[in-house]
Structure formats: C-alpha cells, structure tokens
Design a protein around this ligand. Structure first.
Ligand code: GLU
Length: 428
C-alpha cells in the first residue's frame, strides 16, 4: 500500500479496539473513547499579499477531556485531513494519560503550506483559526500548542487574538509560547530530549552503553534536531538523517558514516528543516533516497517526521542490527508494519510515550504561568526527565509482567486511566 493510502484514524481505532478487548471495557466506554468527543471544521478566509482572498480549511478535534482540558498541537500541512487530526487527537489523550498529567487530548490543523506563505499571511491564518474557535478553546477547556510547521510565533499570534476577543490576559489558553511571553524554558528542546530520555532507559534495560551505539533519524525538524543533540551528548553517533526537499517535492537522506555534525548541518538548513543538498555534499555528506534512513545498519531508528512512514512495504528493509525504534513522530508505524516489528522482538518505544516530552513541558508551562513564576531551564528539564523516565519504566514493567508488546503495555496504562476517569464521572 502507498504511504498515503493508510488512514491514521483507522489505525488509532484498531489499536484502541485491541486494547479495549484486553481491558474488557464495556460497550459504552468503547463507544465514547473510540470516537472524538467534539469536532470543529471551518473556513478561514485570508486576504493574501497580492490582494486576492484565499479560503483555508481549519479543524479542531477534542477527543477527550475526562482527565482535564483537551490538549494538543496545531499542524499546518498541505495534506492535512480531518481523519489525521482525529487520530492525532486520540493519540494526545493517551499521551497525556501515559505520563499521568491532568490533561485530555485534542488536535488542530489547517490545510496550508507555510513554505508558500508570507509571515503576514500565516499570521492571518492563526488569527482566523482562533476567531472560529474563540468560545470552544480556553485555559480550562482546550489548550493548543505547536506541532508540524507551527512554532512559538504562531502561538503568540493566536494568544493575542484570543486575548483581544476576550479582553483579558489569558496565557493559559496556549502553550509553546515564546520565552518571556509566558513560555517555558526547555519547551523547544522538550520533545526531542524526551525521546532520548526513553532511548537512554531502553539502552540501560538492554545493558548497552549509548557510546557504543549508532542511530538513524527520519526528519530534521524540531523533534529530530533536539533528539540528535541529546543523543550525541550521551555519546551516541547519528549516521543518517532524512528531510523533506521542498524544491524537488520529495525527501532525501543525508549520510556520513563517521557521524553527522549537528551544528554543521544546521548551518545549511532552512527554518523548516530542509537541508541544502549541494552544501551538504560539499561538507562530505552522501545524498541518498528518502527511504535510505530506514535501511541503515544501526542500533537505533528514530522516526521523527510524520505518520505512516514505516509500512508493510518497507519494514522488511530494516537492518538486522536494529534493536530499538523510538517513535518521535506521531503514528509513524502502520498496523501491518507494527506486527512485523513485534514479531521481530524490536524494543519499540511507542509514539505517545516516546514523544510525550513536548506536552509534559507544556503542562509545566501552564503550571509556571499559573504561578507567574518561571523555573530555570535545568529545573524544567530535570522534572521532564523524572516524568519521562517513570512513565517509561511503568510501561516497561507492565510489558514484562504481562509479556506484551511495549505499544500494547503503554495503551493498557493510558486507556485504563482514561476509561476509569470517564466511568468515575458517570459518562460510561
Ligand atoms: N504537538 C505536540 C505533540 O504532538 C505537543 C502538544 C502540546 O504541547 O500540547 O505532542
């Protein structure tokens, strides 16, 4: 099957159904949790720089608020679909539950390509998105954050629009804000670092030192860059990264077997994580096809790009040596590929555990905003490490005890918590 023909929402529901069976959830709880609680789909008309008006489609899906306000990012992507947003909203619910923070799950999106939009046009999309949802999001209701191709500046425009409409300072409506404007130190690093905290713990379990390992990473955006930074600091060697090439409309892998130098690669990378091929070549990197990152003879794979990347078609190309797959992206593995990984006995760190560092730090941002007292970066990252490490070990222990796959163990913990909260509230 081509990557684009996998429906992430069907994947998310199938994963849920399997665990609902295992947990013997009743019919009402299953019905409640296998679908979103609320959905919004709307138009965002924008006056473009050339004077024409373009209408963008926007979405927000609130999957569950049983454990707290819905929480989750907003993606700007040309291939965004409502089903993708539904899947991502559901995964947010499990993500907040597995790290045990008092938040639910939601996700938003706009079908657009920021590569082709000016800063002013993007600002109008952000403000238009908030105008459509001004009464449906809020600090105690639903709290957006950055995701694919959105950043702190987008969050600040959204915050400003929300505060203008409501006539008050309400920094808790959004996280991932710029530092100094209610943002938390460490938020930018948090998702990538969180991935590596879980990799570090998995390596301990396997009795392997990080400095004796190599890795290959898909993606070169925010998550990938900080994952590479921390993994390299721990002594690991990243030999390959992949990226989306906007001008060729395809992805490439960039490889250097002696190890990629993050600072050097960042010097030839644009703000979307696109690497300048010619310059990278000049620095001694090989330029390989997009899927090559997956075929490298390494110990660790970190898919840190988009959903549906490890599929039934390419899973067989994963080298025998690969021991750990840490899913920095949301939903990178399709159901058919996942079966193969489970059978192979790969140490899988599932997406909603591996990449929970971002939302955990968003939660810390809310706590700091509420106190109006901001922590030092070391304190934020220290607390993040504690949360991620304890969530990892809770999942690992359950997987060992019940002899189940790590993804299933993480789901059992997360769905169990959300089902319990829904039941306790009398919803099911
Ligand atoms: N977009 C990130 C995620 O998928 C972070 C969400 C948040 O901070 O609310 O986990």
């Amino acid at each position: 099957m081509a990557k684009s023909s996998y429906n992430p929402f069907a994947t998310a529901q199938a994963q849920f159904d399997k665990v609902a069976e295992f947990l013997e959830l009743d019919a009402a709880t299953r019905e409640l949790l296998r679908n979103p609680l609320r959905e919004y789909a709307f138009a965002i008309p924008v006056r473009m720089d050339d004077g024409t008006t373009q209408v963008f489609r926007g979405f927000r899906v609130q999957h569950s608020d049983a454990r707290g306000p819905s929480k989750g990012g907003i993606r700007f992507h040309p291939q965004e679909t409502v089903d993708t947003v539904r899947a991502l909203a559901m995964w947010m619910t499990w993500k907040c539950a597995v790290v045990d923070i008092p938040l639910g799950g939601g996700k938003g999106g706009v079908i657009c390509d920021p590569h082709n939009l000016s800063a002013r046009e993007q600002e109008q999309i952000c403000r238009g998105w908030v105008r459509q949802l001004a009464r449906d999001i809020g600090p105690l209701r639903d709290v957006p954050a950055p995701d694919v191709m959105t950043n702190a500046q987008h969050m600040l425009w959204m915050l400003d629009e929300f505060e203008t409409i409501h006539g008050a300072h309400l920094p808790g409506v959004i996280t991932g804000k710029p530092v100094g404007m209610g943002g938390s130190l460490g938020r930018t690093e948090a998702t990538g670092y969180g991935v590596v905290f879980t990799v570090r713990e998995a390596l301990k379990e396997l009795g392997v030192r990080p400095s004796d390992t190599t890795a290959s990473v898909q993606g070169f955006g925010n998550v990938a860059q900080y994952a590479i930074q921390l993994y390299t600091q721990l002594g690991g060697k990243v030999v390959c990264v992949s990226y989306w090439d906007q001008s060729d409309q395809c992805s490439y892998s960039v490889r250097r077997l002696s190890g990629v130098d993050l600072a050097q690669l960042l010097g030839v990378t644009d703000r979307f994580g696109g690497i300048d091929k010619a310059k990278a070549k000049g620095l001694g990197y090989e330029i390989l096809p997009g899927d090559a990152w997956l075929e490298q003879d390494v110990d660790i794979l970190m898919p840190c790009a988009l959903e549906n990347q490890i599929t039934g078609e390419n899973v067989g190309k994963i080298a025998k040596r690969v021991k750990i797959i840490a899913e920095g992206a949301n939903g990178p593995t399709t159901l058919d590929a996942d079966k193969v990984l489970e059978e192979r006995g790969i140490f899988l760190i599932p997406d909603f555990l591996a990449n929970a560092g971002g939302v955990t730090c968003s939660y810390f941002e809310q706590v700091q905003s509420n106190m109006n007292y901001f922590w030092e970066k070391d304190e934020v990252l220290g607390k993040l490490d504690v949360k991620m490490t304890s969530a990892f070990h809770a999942v690992r222990e359950l997987a060992k005890k019940r002899k189940i796959y790590m993804r299933d163990a993480a789901y059992v913990i997360a769905i169990g918590r959300v089902a319990q909260a829904s039941k306790d509230r009398g919803w099911a």
